[in-house]
Design a protein around this ligand. Structure first.
Ligand code: SAM
Ligand code: DTB
Ligand code: SF4
Length: 358
């Protein structure tokens, strides 16, 4: 191994207790090296980085709501909401602000800190923006952090959302650049990256991650993390979804026939650990796919540096673990909700959330 690589991945010497640098110059070789480490060593390094930057006993809780479901013109092979899928999801119109606020109030009562709203759009139309702005202002006025995922944004739409007070914008890169074009043909990775840079330029916090278990290779997972970890600024929030295979979607049908494409639990935990090491200050969120994940795998993910989950019985359209199950698990593991003070310094963005800063 080169001297440079040894230094960056801290193979020896001070190892994982060396000060945690934030780097945007990770090489694919370094990331592949981390993925290849003996599992206990990888976990130890990830856990060490985690406690330098975060309170390891705290898990941030977010809740999702689909504010406009189905009928999406994009052809993302994993998604039940694509109009190309035969998933039985009924297309709806954009919800009225009052209905959204009622759902947000319920989420707040259940202890959720952030309300994440998703729309099955390629991009919002300008005529949708006044309602979206009203929703952001309303949820924020309730004292919750706000996040939206509405598809691609123009610079002026990003400005509008930032002006309304939106704290986070979610826009996933989803996989490696190579695998992405096999999964979605109606848009490019470079368009995804343009939206991320519009969100950044508008001063909002960036939430961007992806999906594993779509039949991609280890090399694709390296490329996925490499793309995120070499962004000029790391996303404040990195959701790691495990594919929820939905019948009637291209990937759901393939994986139903050939479950070998499903991701192994240890490989999932490795992905979380490598995300933690390469993006030390980001919140790493266990997103879709927790419903069938064992408590033991959850526990390994939390050791590996995951520090956020989606709560509630439903994601956007797919089922989720559910509040009681999560509350029981967090209690059993001695973890509490919230993000605690030690990571207060990491979030930029002009709409810096008031309390539970990631
Ligand atoms: N239309 C917007 C977009 O594509 O950015 C927002 C909604 S989209 C449903 C948000 C994210 O959900 C996707 O980028 C993908 O990472 C995740 N997702 C969708 N379907 C999924 C599935 N079946 N399993 C796991 N993650 C999924
Ligand atoms: C993210 O990365 N995962 C969430 C959120 N961001 C919008 C969505 C998961 C969707 C899972 C499939 C569904 O519910 O339809
Ligand atoms: Fe549409 Fe988003 Fe689903 Fe793709 S992931 S089909 S853009 S809702």
């Amino acid at each position: 191994m080169s001297t440079q690589l040894r230094e960056h991945v801290q193979e020896d010497g001070d190892g994982p207790t060396a000060p945690t640098d934030v780097r945007s110059d990770w090489t694919s070789e370094e990331i592949a090296f981390l993925f290849d480490l003996p599992f206990p060593e990888l976990l130890f390094r990830a856990a060490s980085v985690h406690r330098q930057c975060h309170d390891p006993s705290r898990i941030q809780l977010s809740t999702l709501l689909s504010i406009k479901t189905g009928g999406c013109p994009e052809d993302c092979g994993y998604c039940s909401q694509s109009s190309k899928a035969d998933s039985g999801i009924k297309a709806t119109k954009l919800m009225e602000p009052q209905e959204v606020l009622q759902c947000a109030a319920q989420a707040k009562d259940s202890g959720s800190e952030r309300f994440c709203m998703g729309a099955a759009w390629r991009n919002p139309k300008d005529r949708d923006m006044p309602k979206i702005v009203e929703i952001v202002k309303g949820v924020r006025a309730m004292g919750m952090e706000t996040c939206m995922t509405l598809g691609m944004l123009s610079p002026s739409q990003a400005e509008m959302l930032a002006d309304a007070g939106l704290d986070y914008y979610n826009h996933n890169i989803d996989s490696s650049p190579e695998y992405y074009q096999r999964v979605t043909t109606t848009r490019t990775m470079s368009e995804r990256l343009d939206t991320l840079s519009n969100v950044r330029a508008a001063g909002m916090n960036v939430c961007s991650g992806g999906i594993v278990g779509m039949g991609e290779t280890r090399e694709d997972r390296v490329g996925f993390i490499h793309t995120l970890a070499t962004l000029p600024e790391h996303p404040e929030s990195v959701p790691i979804n495990s594919l929820v295979p939905v019948r009637g979607t291209v990937l759901g049908d393939i994986l139903a026939e050939s479950p070998v494409g499903r991701i192994d639990d240890i490989e999932f935990v490795r992905t979380v650990a490598v995300a933690r090491i390469t993006m030390p200050h980001s919140a790493v969120r266990l997103s879709a796919g927790r419903e069938n994940m064992s408590e033991a795998t959850h526990a390994l993910c939390f050791v590996a540096g995951a520090n956020s989950i989606f709560t509630g019985d439903k994601l956007l359209t797919a089922p989720n673990a559910g509040e009681d199950t999560d509350a029981k698990m967090l209690r059993k593991l001695g973890l509490s909700s919230g993000t605690g003070p030690c990571s207060d310094d990491v979030v930029g963005g002009r709409n810096k959330p008031r309390e539970n800063v990631l």
